[in-house]
Design a protein around this ligand. Structure first.
Ligand SMILES: [Zn+2]
Length: 145
């Protein structure tokens, strides 16, 4: 996939989470699971599944009844792409504070912290003194004054 942009709506995302959790799932199973969590009509769930198939995020195996659904994209790939997309809309100079914010806000295991420390030590070797803004004029406040 050349473009990493993923266009999954928040409700479609809830369906994808069930598919990612089960890996192989039927529509009736999604209906059953979603009825425990959401107040969705069965027609709504069927529409959401249909859209995800049309968009290429779900694979269907129609050789069996009911058909089997599997994810066409991994949860990790979808999550990273979603975040990369948001970050790409920010000035490069603002990204460091976002990362600090994420670290502050989220519980991390000792191992995860160690991994981050090692990564940061490695990045520090080649880090610039200041991050350059790459935004076109008018897209951020770096060019004002
Ligand atoms: Zn900027």
């Amino acid at each position: 996939m050349s473009s990493t942009e993923i266009t999954i709506t928040p409700t479609e995302w809830e369906i994808m989470r069930m598919v990612w959790a089960e890996q192989t799932i039927t529509s009736p199973k999604i209906l059953e699971l979603s009825s425990n969590i959401f107040d969705w009509k069965s027609s709504t769930v069927k529409t959401l599944i249909g859209r995800l198939i049309d968009k290429g995020y779900l694979n269907k195996d129609t050789s069996v009844r009911p058909m089997l659904l599997t994810p066409a994209i991994s949860e990790e790939e979808a999550n990273y792409s979603r975040i990369d997309d948001k970050v790409s809309q920010m000035c490069t100079k603002d990204r460091g504070s976002l990362i600090t914010h994420l670290i502050e806000k989220n519980e991390l295991s000792i191992d995860e912290i160690q991994e981050i420390i090692e990564l940061l030590q490695e990045k520090k070797q080649t880090a610039p003194t200041t991050v350059k803004c790459l935004c076109p004029v008018g897209q951020c406040s770096c060019h004002i004054n």
